[in-house]
Write a protein that binds this ligand. Sequence first.
Ligand code: 13P
Length: 332
Amino acid sequence: MLDLTDIAQSLVAHGKGILAADESGDTADNKRLKPHGIEPSEENRRKFRDLLLATPGVEQYLTGVILYDETLHQSDDAGTPFAKSLSNKGIIPGIKVDEGLEPFPESPDETITKGLLGLPERLAEYKKTYDTGFTKWRAAIKIDGTRLPTAQAIHENAKRLAMYALEVQKAGMVPMVEPEMLLDGNHSRMRAKEVLTDVIGMLMQVMEEQAVDMSAIILKTSMVLSGKDSGHTDTPEEVAADTMSVLMDTVPIEVPGIVFLSGGQSPDQATTNLAAIAKLAKEMNAPWPLTFSYARALQEDALATWAGKDENIPAAREVFLERLKKVSAALT
Ligand code: 13P
């Protein structure tokens, strides 16, 4: 039987990465299907997942897929439950277990993440029924000048991530901890660097205080980028230098792996920035493997090609594989 560190290491195996396909029903409907003219429905959400997960050959590029609860209860076109068909291909099924964001009472422009209530029971069920190997919990950190984020919101989100991580390890799965720093806003890259340092620094400190096993987690992080309304486009080298500087300063060496979200970057940006980060990490002899755990940057072109039409599925799958190939090649 694999221990948690082995599972975490398999998730960041060299040259491969993780697909995030864990959009909630609302996000899948409003941000994935509708923008491409696809009618939101449970069946169309199933087809959207089938399009990606049943693409022949994905196992060459993916170690894991993060799923959403509804998808765990669904099956692919061949009638095999999605989690099972992934496991059959050697891909580890993961499950998003947070229950979304709510306003932080002490600073209502910011959010905290819900989902600790009843978590142990849900974790036991996922592991027993679907043999999930890892889980994800996402906090969202908003930047607004020097006003946000507040130290209290950073701390509260870190505490919840740590409590979640402990429960997941107790349940025999690897917690992916994701404090997403949002791209929204007109902040500079320097400000993003400062915020990400505070956020990851606090998260690592609280997890260590809570006795989370740091050798059995995966950190999922944003890259350091200028805000999307800043009018500034960072070069991949700038992104890599600042991102690696934050990670080297804050992440203990025993952490088995770090993965990136795409966060609203275009697929090409997310690919070239990852390539620059991977190159610099190698030059710096970074102590942990780094890879991708993208949703939008992997899915967008495939969804546009599919547009909800069955006859477009083969072409959409080709586009998806092509993107996976490019993102994986960025790691070498
Ligand atoms: P994006 O790559 O679209 O940012 O999504 C990754 C993710 O898992 C966000 O929680």
